[in-house]
Write a protein that binds this ligand. Structure first.
Ligand code: 7TS
Length: 422
């Protein structure tokens, strides 16, 4: 199974599944006070906070292990290379990939998608071809495809969704046509929280010989990932959303798929031999990792994976589902507050609107109470257009959040309503 469906009814108070206070103590940023109040950090979908283990791994690398990788014969370089390659093996296990060479270090999800769009597009897209994305994609899984489609004379087609924010699978199946060259779909929506049925979507695409890229940016912090069980061809995540550093992420590609793609960028480390007449390329993964990589980032991400691996992820999921349900119930109970994104299967992301108040004003006023949320279109303008909204406010929860955080949010939203006389 790729998705844990926790027994939610058992979670709401009957069983102390998680020592959240102990977990919180490992995150220095969660101890901050902002504007005189303890920080209530509910912007985890934008980026998560980092545990001490990750911060220490970064410092240790720079203090005790800093050298370039894959080139020096000296002690420190061998050490850094082993740590970097070790992080790739950790990432392989985290994603459930068969082989470490199927895991590329990239800058983040955005670069993961751009790499596939560019390399796959240049090798495979021609005039009249189609790239199928969904109605709930983040801009980073739309714009790279538009750029390559424009260059190649191909076009974007879109899987529709319903008012709850669920993709219409019957329509999806019909859109998988002879011109469809690739499907690019989000695992968990950042603005609606919807968890998409990726395994089923891959099965339908593969039945027609069409490869699938999955944007896993919001899935990695919440769900166990198993790319082999999902069956997808490409899967990409951002380290900073899963308690790791910024500037580092992962792109999984099945070995045969990656081997068939042309390089994305040229430079050092990605070649077998270079002459002015001709260059031959290194095998994967090096072929796709031109230049000095983000060594510290990879090591820090490895530490985040170790950290997550040491937690009971099923207990985390149960706790997050409790927060999701509690926040949804409490916000919905406020007059004039409407939750956007009511799919049957959701991660702990709650978008909402407050009648008569612009989302930015909601965000600004709750910030005065120390509550950090995101407001705006969340880089999903087509989702906002679909719901006829300029923006929403969004609370996104991590396992270190508590019901008290939800209470603080609700109290702050009530204050917003008082200020606006709503
Ligand atoms: N895909 C999804 C589903 C995302 O939520 C994001 C970032 C990205 C891709 C891009 O990730 P990056 O790490 O390469 O920037 N989402 C958000 C968000 O919801 N608020 O800020 C960033």
């Amino acid at each position: 199974m790729t998705i844990v469906r926790p027994p939610i009814s058992a979670a709401a108070g009957s069983r102390p599944v998680l020592d959240v206070a102990k977990l919180r103590a490992e995150f220095p940023a969660l101890q901050l006070k902002v504007r005189g109040s303890p920080l209530v950090y509910l912007d985890n979908a934008a980026t998560s906070q980092k545990p001490r283990a990750v911060l220490d791994a970064l410092t240790r690398y720079y203090e005790e292990g800093n050298a370039n990788v894959h080139r020096g014969v000296h002690y420190l370089s061998e050490h850094a290379t082993a740590a970097y390659d070790g992080a790739r093996e950790k990432a392989r296990r985290f994603l459930g990939a068969k082989e470490a060479r199927e895991v590329l270090f990239v800058r983040g999800t955005t670069e993961g998608v751009n790499l596939v769009a560019s390399s796959f597009g240049h090798a495979n897209l021609k005039r009249g071809d189609e790239v199928l994305v969904s109605a709930m994609e983040h801009h980073s899984n739309i714009v790279p495809w538009q750029l390559i489609c424009e260059e190649r004379g191909a076009r974007l087609t879109v899987i529709p969704m319903n008012r709850r924010g669920e993709l219409l699978l019957d329509e999806y199946e019909k859109l998988l046509g002879p011109r469809t060259k690739i499907v690019a779909v989000v695992h968990v929506s950042n603005s609606l929280g919807t968890i998409n049925p990726i395994r089923e979507m891959v099965r339908l695409a593969h039945a027609k010989g069409i490869p699938v890229l999955v944007d896993g940016a919001q899935a990695a912090p919440h769900l166990p990932i198993d790319v082999q069980a999902l069956g997808c061809d490409f899967y990409t995540v951002s380290g900073h959303k899963m308690f790791g550093p910024t500037g580092i992420g992962l792109l999984y590609g099945r070995a045969d798929r990656l081997e068939a793609l042309p390089p994305y960028q040229g430079g050092g480390d990605m070649i077998r031999s270079v002459t002015f007449a001709k260059t031959t390329f290194a095998p994967i993964p090096a072929k796709f990792e031109a230049g000095t990589p983000h060594i510290a980032g990879a090591i820090g991400l490895g530490a985040a994976i170790d950290y997550l691996g040491g937690l009971d992820r099923e207990a985390l999921a149960i706790h997050e589902q409790d927060l999701l349900r509690y926040a949804t119930d409490r916000l919905s109970a406020l007059p004039g507050v409407r939750v956007i994104g009511t799919a049957g299967h959701k991660a702990s992301v709650v978008s909402f609107t407050v009648e008569g108040v612009h989302a930015h004003d909601v965000g600004t006023i709750v910030d005065q109470e120390g509550v950090a949320i995101r407001t705006g279109h969340h880089c999903t303008q087509p989702v906002m257009d679909f719901f006829g909204l300029p923006a929403t406010a969004r609370a996104s929860f991590a396992f270190y959040n508590t019901r008290a955080d939800v209470d603080a949010l609700v109290a702050a939203v009530e204050k917003v309503q008082q200020v606006f006389g709503a």
